[in-house]
Ligand binder design. Structure first.
Ligand code: CMC
Length: 411
């Protein structure tokens, strides 16, 4: 059967497509299903695109590096939600709109403060998003594009406030402050001092932009799967936050910094890696499903942001510098050891160090990933409502009992 399929596929003009279809058909013939849906297209989308061989990531056609270098959080938000970069007036209008909608209802802010502060911030975030629904009775009507877009903007605006309220345990944590940009406001939620310094706002804004979207990753797929049942934006985005919290997805950035601390000294890198590889354990911040080369987001951090923190500053804290030295050694050693497997550092490898340099607590690292990604999630949710996707309802391969019956002994 396979030779006939191969002959049929050879007729395709697009050779990349031929390769992808052949991989899928081979998996199906060998396994009968697609573990982890690897390589399976599940939706049409025009929001972002990845060429995993070339290490290219684009948002609405623009390379992510250009957007990080020249764009603002608000511009990228407009680009993703509406399809093109804004004119100046449109950017100003969106910035005002976002800043105007950042406040939470008193009852929601009080609930956030009353939550146990042992709750991981990602789980606090997902439950708080669900609470926002109580102030938005109309959210169950998901058919109106303009309403969907407005809800997306309002939800993006409230994300940092939820986190700032919880982190500072204060419903009025930003009272009396004014903000001229979302990046400054978001940074203020995590570090008031750095939010006064243009250099750090710029670094932070670039970090957010790098995380904005990434095609059909696990959390974005979750948004589309939940949204395909016509569930509300709150239900869909809360699900995405939970997906992102996992260590194989966004939760890796928090674990990278813990790993560097655990290694403790550049001298220990080799032995640490050997042990992990022998135990078949994953190294955090390494590897990716779609890149067969260096993750462009990780490369951008390594080449453009890390030097601004470690090479241009003379007063780097020695403890932080030690983590940087460990990361450099780990990167080099992992690249050597995994040379035959096409495994490279991903965005989480370097982003943890950037956030650590900004004195942000590691348990908040993944929430910063989410603060970028919420733009992509909401854009996918809006797009999904427009394309009238079918409800996601895949098949399973059942490998349980054949039908059987309860046998009761006569008494
Ligand atoms: N450490 C050691 N080996 C690895 C790693 C790693 N981090 N990643 C992949 N491999 C090996 C894996 O053992 C397997 O080897 P073999 O074929 O010999 O069994 C091969 O590479 C393929 O790995 P996989 O787990 O089947 O690949 P996947 O596409 O299912 O998983 C991944 C991708 C990102 C979940 C995985 O690379 C991983 O667990 N990395 C560590 C967690 C991490 O850094 N996650 C952040 C991802 S980037 C941010 C985001 O977008 O979420």
């Amino acid at each position: 059967m396979l030779p006939q399929i191969k002959d049929a596929l050879k007729k395709l003009e697009d050779k990349e497509l031929e390769k992808k279809y052949l991989q899928l058909i081979t998996t199906l013939l060998e396994k009968g299903y697609f573990p982890g849906l690897e390589g399976v297209p599940v939706a049409k989308s025009s929001i972002s695109n990845i060429d995993g061989d070339k290490g290219l990531l684009t948002f609405r056609g623009y390379p992510v590096q250009e957007l990080a270098k020249h764009g603002s959080y608000e511009e990228i938000c407009f680009l993703l939600l509406k399809g093109d970069l804004p004119l100046l007036e449109e950017r100003i209008e969106l910035t005002e709109d976002l800043l105007d909608h950042k406040e939470l209802d008193d009852s929601i802010a009080e609930t956030i403060v009353s939550m146990d502060d042992d709750l991981h911030p990602m789980h606090m975030l997902s439950s708080s998003i669900l609470q926002l629904q109580s102030a938005d009775a109309g959210c169950f009507n998901v058919e109106n594009y303009q309403h969907n877009l407005n809800r997306a903007v309002q939800l993006i605006a409230k994300f940092p406030t939820i986190l700032g309220t919880y982190r500072k345990q204060d419903p009025n944590f930003a009272e009396g402050e004014t903000f001229d940009s979302l990046a400054r406001y978001i940074l203020y939620c995590f570090n008031e001092e750095l939010a006064k310094q243009e250099k750090w706002i710029n670094i932070f804004e670039q970090l957010l932009i790098l995380h904005v979207d990434h095609t059909m990753n696990n959390s974005t797929f979750s948004v589309r799967a939940v949204g395909s049942s016509k569930a509300s934006i709150y239900a869909s985005i809360a699900t995405a936050v939970n997906s992102l919290s996992g260590p194989l997805h966004g939760g890796a950035n928090e674990r990278v910094i813990k790993m560097l601390e655990e290694i403790g000294d550049p001298e220990n890198v080799e032995a640490y890696l050997e042990e992990k590889i022998n135990n078949k354990e994953k190294i955090m911040g390494i590897g990716h499903r779609v890149y067969q080369t260096y993750d462009p987001r990780a490369l951008y951090l390594k080449e453009n942001i890390i030097p601004r923190i470690f090479n241009e500053q003379s007063d780097v804290d020695p403890e932080l510098d030690n983590l940087y030295q460990i990361a450099k050694k780990l990167e080099k050693t992992a690249l050597d050891k995994f040379a035959d497997k096409d495994i490279y550092p991903n965005v989480d490898f370097w982003s943890g160090l950037v956030m650590r340099a900004m004195d942000i607590e590691p348990k908040y690292f993944t929430t910063i990933f989410a603060l970028g990604r919420v733009i992509g999630w909401t854009s996918h949710w809006v797009e999904n409502m427009e394309v009238k996707n079918k409800i996601y309802r895949p098949k399973q391969l059942y490998d349980g009992f054949n039908t059987r019956h309860i046998i009761r002994e006569e008494k």
